[in-house]
Structures are given as C-alpha cells and as structure tokens.
Ligand binder design. Structure first.
Ligand code: FES
Length: 651
C-alpha cells in the first residue's frame, strides 16, 4: 500500500476548474469534490477501486499522464489537465454502457431498483437510448437467498461491488463469484439464506437491480416513498438510516452515510427487524379499563385516577417509568412529570445491575476518551471485554473487522465471549486473561470495547486502570455497549434527577403503582403493582395490564433525539404520518372507501407530547415548555443530516 503525505496537496485542472486535493485522492474523487459527476459502477467510497466497469473514462489532456484513463484508478497528480466532456471520453463511456446493456434484460418497468438505479441513471445520462444488438442475451438462473433479499442475476454488470463488500468488507464466506470471462455468477455455491448479518447492504451497494429488498418488493417506486433522516433504534450505536414509508406503512430501511458513526452500512437487524411498526397487533386505540375512548377522555380519566391514587397512598407510592428506547424528549418529560407529582421514584431501567453498569460507563466517558465507530475502524489495537459484539452491537463488530483488515490486533479479555467459528470470519482475535498480556504501549490508536450486559461478567473495573493511564503513546479510547438507543441519555437524566432502577424502587415495598412510557419490564418485576397507565406503540405486557392505555407514535412517526453509546446526540425526523396503514384497513388491501380528513388510528402523539398533555391537565392548563429547554437547549438546533453532537466532548 503506498504511503501518502497527507500534507502534500496535488493541484490539477478538471474541466477548467482548478482542484487541490490530498495526495492519494483519485481523479474521480477530485472531480466529485467540485461537483463534477463522473459515471462509475465498481468504485465505491467504502470499497475503493476495482477498475472493473470501465465507465469512468476521462481524457487526460496534459500533465504526467495522457490519453483516455479510468478516473477511479488514477491518483490525482500535480499538473494534470483532465476533461470529462472530451468527445473521445464521452464516446468511450457511451460504448461501455452499450456493452454493459447488451445482456441486461432492460426490465426497468418490473424491476424494484427502477427509479433508484445507478445503471438506469448513467445509461440515460450517457445517451445510450437505441439498442443495436439483436442477438441472444446471456441468461442466468437466480437463487433463493433467504426471505430478505431477491436475486436477479440477469441484471448484473459485473462491477464486483457485492462480492467485495460481502467477502472483503463484511467477512462473509457463503457468497462469492464463480465462472469466467463474461459468464460470471455472483451467488452461493448452493441456494439458501445468506449467512452474513450484514447481507442487506447488498441491496444498497448493487448499482443495478441484482439484489433488491424482498420485504418491500413491488410496493412502491422511489418517488412514492416518504423519506427522512433517521437513527436506528435497535441497539445503542445509533447507526444512521433512511426509513422509506408509503401510505403510513414502513416499507424498508436504507443505510444513511455518517462517517463518524456507521459509515455507509447498517446491519440486517436495523434494516429488516421493523415489522412491529406495521404490526396489526400494534396498540392504536386509547382504552380505559379495556374500553375504547378518545385520547382526551383517557387523559381526563388518568388525571382523576392519579389524584385518587395519590390521596389514598401518597406520592411516595407512585413510580414514573421512562425507557432507553424512548426519545430523549420523552424521558425529559417523564422526569418533569415525576417532579410535578412528587412521585416516590423515577426509573429508566428495571435491572439494578444494568443501571449501575450503564451509569458507570457514562461517568467514565469523559472528554476525548469516548471512541466513535470511526475510531474503532481506525484503531491499531482493539480490546474486547465482556460482550458479544455480533449479538449486542453488530456494527461494532464490523468496525473492528475494518481495523483488523488494516492491521489492527484484536484481543479478547477472558474466554466468556470467545468467538465461534462463524464469527471468526470477521476478525482474528487473541484471547488473554489480563490486561498485562496486551501490548498497549506499542499501540498508536488503542480502543477498548466493553459490554455492560448484566448477565456477563463486569469488565469495567478491570478496564478502569486504563482510563488516563500514563506511559502510553496515545490515551486509550473506550466504547461501551449499552442497552437501548437512548441508554446514554437515560443515564444522564438519571444522574440529574436521582433516578433509581425499578427493582431497587420496589425493594422497600413503598411503591404501589406506576405510570410507564415505552418501558419494557419483566412481568415478575411488576407483579402486584398497579399499572395506572402505560404509553407505548408496542403491545407490551404493561400495556395489557394498564388501567389507562395511551398509544403513542413509533420513532418513524415523530421527531426526536437519541444519545448513542459514545454520548453523541442525534436527531431523527418524522418519516410518515401516524395511523393505520391503508393495507391494514381492509383484508383485501383496498384503500378506504369513505372520505375522511383524519387517518384511522392517527389520533396518537409522541410520548413527550402525551406527557405534556397530562402535565397541562394536572396544572390547570399552564403552558408546558418544550422538552429541549434548560440544559438541553443546545440540542434544539441539531441537524438530522449532520454528524450529531458529542456531549462527551463538551464535558
Ligand atoms: Fe472506474 Fe468502474 S468506476 S472502472
């Protein structure tokens, strides 16, 4: 691998625009940096170059290299004069597209990629409109690749992106390329579900329609979707996503680039585990004692019942329960409700060990020592302790793999999370029993990844001596795997408002009733406790037991904020309006046959709004401040399209 001087900036001219870029930048990237588009299929920012498709041709008019060149393969050099519009270059690109299209089925009208297809775009942009070849097309047999990904090999243009991602980037071994010359086949030795927990990225990375999302098949075109910048709620890493919805139904999830967090990719859990949003059993109706009422009626009854409860048992007997899967805004409002009612306990977590470990992790992540996923990808030494990365935070495992591919050594402390055969494909690791076995002094960018799961050994005390340790080339950075997309936010709020784990609150026997917001609590923990009210968009046990049921919006139906495991606050935006999906209204899937202005089941609000309405009723209609006020004011201007704001940096 060539060693580049990051300070040297070659200067070149592309289409009469002078461009200065860091050494090592390709001509294609240099052109992109000044918004000059060059067609490309095989090149991808995360996968680099392959020189396979030949569609990025440009003409080098002057300088150290002359003639037609592939811009993705050529490093920018001083004195280059490049033309992307030279007739010879344009003719070359047009010819390449024509060759690529010779065997392509031209099936855009029935292809799910249509409208979001790079091949379609560059074919049209390149001016290839008339098909001259009238011979027989090469055809392939497709494979069943599992329930998530559809395979249509005839659309393939042999860019090799899929295999470079699947095997190289993600370490999968059950998918590859077979054949020779123009008869190459991208698939499995035998058909069957793809093994990789990152297989869904094939859908995003394929520049044509070979791999499409089977779960959203034939449901919409790209321009039909409701789309917005969002954040994955399935673990604590906060990977950036773009959910795509239509007619109040979440149809699919696309990875969204954030170089500081997930880069270009997401895991299959984040992409495919979202059926709960559209589930028929999702609570959409406010209930009082099991009877349907409006949200306003339910809130009125709740105010009365809370009053009666407090009179009978006293405020110390009431617990307000928030949750690490609820937005920061919702959890802030839960704390306000607790203060207003002078309730006996505010809880964000049920399990005491989990709460203690999360609090400990958040306290340890002071300024500068929290590792982002980008830090993990760039690490030269990684220590993994007390966690199963693929299970608890798959994208952290993928980040560790990138570091390993670049030469980082990975050490696993203890043998409780030894990697099984399948997982060793991601990175090779060395099991050690103590920190003294790890050559930390040799590392320039060491990162320690620590779990906090209550069922695993507590490794944070073992790692504690590394915080601020002297004598290392660079201070160690830390990444903790927490439980839930907003576990960090809950820990900050818990510290601020003296929250206690619910198991601890119940231990004294004083708590007799609770009001919960998007909380997942085991049935045995809350046995014998009156559930005065529960707010959720998932059909939890608490929702089934609650006297007053208040459905709320899912994260894709509201704006909100999650704080990820490194303390990065990220805004997610409303993707779709709440309400019963049109498909769910009629078993035959027909749209409603009556005209109405509101969406059936759309009478729901985000949890923070539900709490604000409750507070307003209790205080006699006093206006309620928005949740992001006071110490949270700085998060109001968070841009969902940005990299987020690290609260640990500000400390
Ligand atoms: Fe340059 Fe494919 S993008 S050869």
């Amino acid at each position: 691998m060539p060693i580049y001087n990051p300070k040297f900036m070659p200067k070149l001219i592309i289409d009469d625009i002078t461009v200065e870029v860091p050494e090592g930048t390709t001509v294609l990237e240099a052109a992109q940096s000044v918004d000059i588009p060059i067609p490309h299929f095989c090149w991808h920012p995360a996968l680099g170059k392959a020189g396979a498709c030949r569609v990025c041709a440009v003409k080098m008019l002057d300088g150290p290299v002359r003639g037609i060149q592939m811009s993705c393969m050529l490093p920018a050099q001083d004195g280059m004069v490049v033309s992307t519009t030279d007739p010879e270059a344009m003719a070359m690109r047009k010819g390449v597209i024509e060759w690529l299209m010779i065997n392509h089925p031209h099936d855009c009208p029935v292809c799910d990629e249509g409208g979001e297809c790079q091949l379609q775009d560059f074919t049209i942009a390149g001016g290839h409109g008339i098909r001259r070849y009238d011979g027989k097309k090469r055809t392939h047999t497709n494979q069943y690749l599992g329930e998530f990904i559809a395979h249509e090999m005839n659309r393939c243009i042999q860019c090799y992106r899929c295999v470079r991602f699947y095997q190289g980037y993600a370490g999968g071994t059950d998918f590859g390329v077979m054949g020779r010359a123009s008869m190459v086949y991208f698939g499995r030795q035998q058909e069957g579900p793809l093994d990789s927990p990152f297989s869904g990225n094939l859908v995003d990375i394929c520049p044509t329609g070979v791999f499409t999302d089977k779960t959203a098949r034939f449901r919409a075109r790209y321009w039909d979707y409701d789309l917005a910048a969002s954040v994955c709620p399935h673990c604590s890493l906060g990977c950036n996503i773009t959910p795509a919805a239509r007619y109040r139904e979440l149809l699919k999830v696309i990875a969204r680039r954030n170089d500081a967090v997930n880069g270009w990719f997401i895991c299959d859990r984040g992409r495919f585990a979202n059926a709960a949003v559209n589930a028929p059993e999702r609570p959409r109706q406010a209930l009082v004692d099991g009877k349907p009422v409006t949200v306003n009626e339910a809130l009125d009854v709740l105010v009365l019942r809370v009053g009666e409860f407090l009179e009978l048992h006293g405020p110390a007997s009431l617990a307000i329960v928030g949750s690490p899967r609820m937005s920061l805004e919702g959890n802030i409002m839960a704390a306000r409700l607790c203060k207003l009612l002078d309730a006996g306990a505010l809880s964000y977590v049920g399990d005491a060990v989990q709460a203690e470990r999360t609090m400990g992790a958040v306290s340890l992540l002071a300024s500068g020592n929290a590792a982002s996923l980008a830090d993990v990808r760039q690490a030269d030494l990684i220590v993994v302790a007390g966690c199963d990365l693929l299970e608890e935070a798959p994208m952290m495992a993928l980040a560790a793999r990138q570091a390993h591919r670049n030469g980082a050594r990975v050490f696993v402390v203890g043998d409780e999370c030894a990697l099984d055969g399948a997982r060793q494909e991601l990175y090779e690791s060395q099991a050690v029993t103590s920190l003294s076995d790890i050559p930390l002094t040799e590392a320039k960018r060491p990162v320690v990844i620590c779990g906090t799961h209550p069922k695993r050994p507590d490794t944070a005390p073992l790692m504690a001596p590394l915080f601020g340790k002297k004598g290392l080339q660079t201070p160690v950075k830390f990444a903790f795997i927490l439980d839930g997309p907003n576990a960090f936010g809950c820990a900050l709020l818990g510290r601020e408002h003296d929250a206690v784990p619910l198991s601890q609150a119940f231990a004294g026997g004083a708590i007799k009733g609770l009001i919960s917001f998007e909380a997942d609590l085991p049935a045995e923990l809350t046995a014998g406790i009156t559930v005065l009210a529960a707010t959720d968009w998932q059909p939890t046990g608490l929702m089934q037991r609650a006297e007053v049921v208040l459905p709320c919006t899912a994260w894709v139906e509201q704006d909100g904020t999650f704080i990820n495991n490194e303390g990065r606050a990220q805004r997610f935006k409303q993707v779709m309006r709440p309400g019963l999906p049109i498909k769910g209204l009629d078993p035959a899937g027909h749209p409603p046959r009556i005209h109405r202005n509101d969406a059936p089941g759309g009478d729901v609000a985000p949890s923070d709004r539900v709490i604000a309405m409750l507070i307003q009723r209790i205080t006699g209609d006093t206006p309620v401040d928005g949740p992001l006020s006071g110490r949270w004011e700085g998060l109001r201007s968070l841009d969902a399209d940005g990299e987020g704001k690290r609260l640990t940096d500000a400390a």
